[in-house]
Ligand binder design. Sequence first.
Ligand SMILES: *[C@@H]1O[C@H](CO)[C@@H](O)[C@H](O)[C@H]1NC(C)=O
Ligand SMILES: *[C@@H]1O[C@H](CO)[C@@H](O)[C@H](O)[C@H]1NC(C)=O
Ligand SMILES: *[C@@H]1O[C@H](CO)[C@@H](O)[C@H](O)[C@H]1NC(C)=O
Length: 545
Amino acid sequence: MKPANKTWLILIFVSTIVTLSNGYLNLYLNLPEVQKLLGLEAELYYVRDGEINQYALNFVVPVPSKIDSLQFTWENVVGYPLPYSIDVSANSAALYPPQLNISATGNVPTSTQTFSISLPCTGLSAAEVNIVIKINISVTYENVTTLVLRRRKICTKLESVSGTQVLVDTMPSYSNSTNIFYFAVGTALVMILILALFIILFYVKNKKERRTVENNNRPTSSYLASMPRNTVNSTYNESFRSMPSYSLLDERSKDLQERIAELTVQRCRVRLSSVVMEGTFGRVYLGSYTTEDGKEETVIIKTVTDHASQVQISLLLQEGMSMYSLNNKNILSILRVSIEDHTAPFLLFPYKNTKNLKTFLQKCKLSPEGVSHTLTTQEVVDMSLQVIHGLQYLHKKHLLHKDLAARNCVVDDKLRVQIADNALSRDLFPSDYHCLGDNENRPVKWLAIESLLHKTFSTNSDIWSFGVLLWELTTLAQQPYIEIDPFEMAAYLKDGYRLAQPINCPDELFAVMAYCWAMSADERPTLVQLQVCLQEFYTQLTRYV
Ligand SMILES: *[C@@H]1O[C@H](CO)[C@@H](O)[C@H](O)[C@H]1NC(C)=O
Ligand SMILES: *[C@@H]1O[C@H](CO)[C@@H](O)[C@H](O)[C@H]1NC(C)=O
Ligand SMILES: *[C@@H]1O[C@H](CO)[C@@H](O)[C@H](O)[C@H]1NC(C)=O
C-alpha cells in the first residue's frame, strides 16, 4: 500500500440538507452495521423522511479487510411506489465484483428492508479500493434523485509462506521518518474520521429540530468529538508532570536586569514619530533611533502612558524582553530598551514595514475588492509555515510562547511573518483576554484545554494555539468562539466542541487545525509533522497553479 499522500480524505463538509421532492424515503445504516463498521451504538441516516444528510453521504467510510459485506436499510414511507436503480462500482482488481442481494432495479419496499453488498477481496494484491454506490430514486416520472455513497475497502494480499496462508498486513512499517510522518497523518485522518462521525451522529441526534442550513450560514462552532478514549482526563495530568516545563518568565527573569543593561540606549537617541496602536495605557509608536555609528534606524516602540501602574510597567518589561537575543527570521526579537528615571520604559523593535498580523488580517476583510488583497490559500499556508518555523526555533531554545495568536505576530508587505512577544496585547486587544474569577487576564479562547484548566503549558499547548492562529488566518481574524462565554469555555471544550471549519477553508487546512485541538496533549501533532504536512499541501497547491 502506498502510504497516505492521497488519503486527504477529509470529511467535514458543508452542511446542505436537500429534500427529495415528496420522496419520503428512509435510507440508513442500522445498529448492527454501525456497530460493525464504526464501533458505535447508533443508526446513521443518509435519508430520513426524504431529507438527505449530505454530511453523512460525503463521508467515505473505511471498510477494514475483514469486513466482507455492507448492509443498508431502507423503506418507502410515502403512499405510492418509488422506483429505484442501483449500481455499485469498484475500481480495482483487488476486489471481486461487488454483489447485491436485491435486484438492480425495482421499487423501494414499503416495509423496512435490509440489503447487502458483498465485497470480498481477491487476495491477489493489496489495495485501497474505492467503492461507489449510486442509487437513483425516481420521485416523479422525470424527477430522479441520485444518492452517491462511498466506501474505501482495505484489501490485503494473501501470500503463502511455508505452506500456510498468512495475511500480510498492508500497513506500512514505520521504520523511517517518512513513514512515521505518514503514520502521523494517517492518525490525524483517523481522528478526523472520528470527529466527522460525531458530527454526523450529532446531526442525527438533533434531527428533530430540522432546519435548512444554508451554505454560507454555517454555525460558527461544530460538534467535534471527545475522543473515544475517555480515560484522557485521568492520564494526562501524569503525562504533563513528566514533560519538561520551561517557562519564558521564571527561567529568564532573574537576569532581566542584566539584559536590560545590555540593550539599554539613551533616551535622547530615540525619537517617536507617530502612534501606531493605542490602548488604555499601552502605546505603540513608529519612530527611530540613532545607532552608535550615527545611523538612523526605523523602529517600533512599545511603551505605556503616564497612567500605567508599576505592575503594568514591569509586565511590559518582562514580556517585552521575552524574545531577548533571539536570532531567527521568523522571530521579532527586541532591539533596544530605553529606561530613564520617572518615565515609562521604551522597548524598541526592528521595523521593516511590518504591521500587526491581526489588524492586517482585519483590514483584508474590510476591503474585499479594495487595495489590500484577500489572502489566497497558498499565502495562508505559506504564512503558517513561517509561524511553524519561528515556533520551532523558540522550542529549540526551550522557550514556550504561551500566547501565540495573530495579535502577537507581525507581517510585512511580502507576507513575511514574525512571531512577537505579547507585551501590551492585553491592553491593545482587550476582547482577546478574559479574567476567569482570578486576577489573571488570560487569552482564554486561544488556550489549550490543559492550560485553561490547570495552567499547564507545554510545547503541545503552543501547538493548540497555533491551530487557533491558523483558524484566524483563514477567517481573516474573526474572534474565535465569539458566542461562547469565557467562563463556559472549559466545559465547552471538554464536551468536545471546537471551532468550526471556516467558509472557504480547504479541508486539508481544517484537518491540520482539528488535529492541533486534540483533547490529549500528546495526540497533537509535532511541529515537524505540521511542517511536513503543510509543506506538502503547499507543494500541491503550487503544482496546480
Ligand atoms: C424535481 O424536484 C425539484 C425539487 O423539489 C424541483 O425543484 C424540480 O422542479 C423538479 N423537477 C422536475 C422536472 O419535476
Ligand atoms: C441514474 O441516473 C443517471 C441520470 O439521471 C444515469 O446517468 C445513471 O446511469 C443512473 N444510474 C443508475 C444506477 O441507474
Ligand atoms: C441480504 O443479505 C442480508 C445479510 O446477508 C440479509 O440480512 C437480508 O435479509 C438480505 N436481503 C434480501 C432482500 O435478501
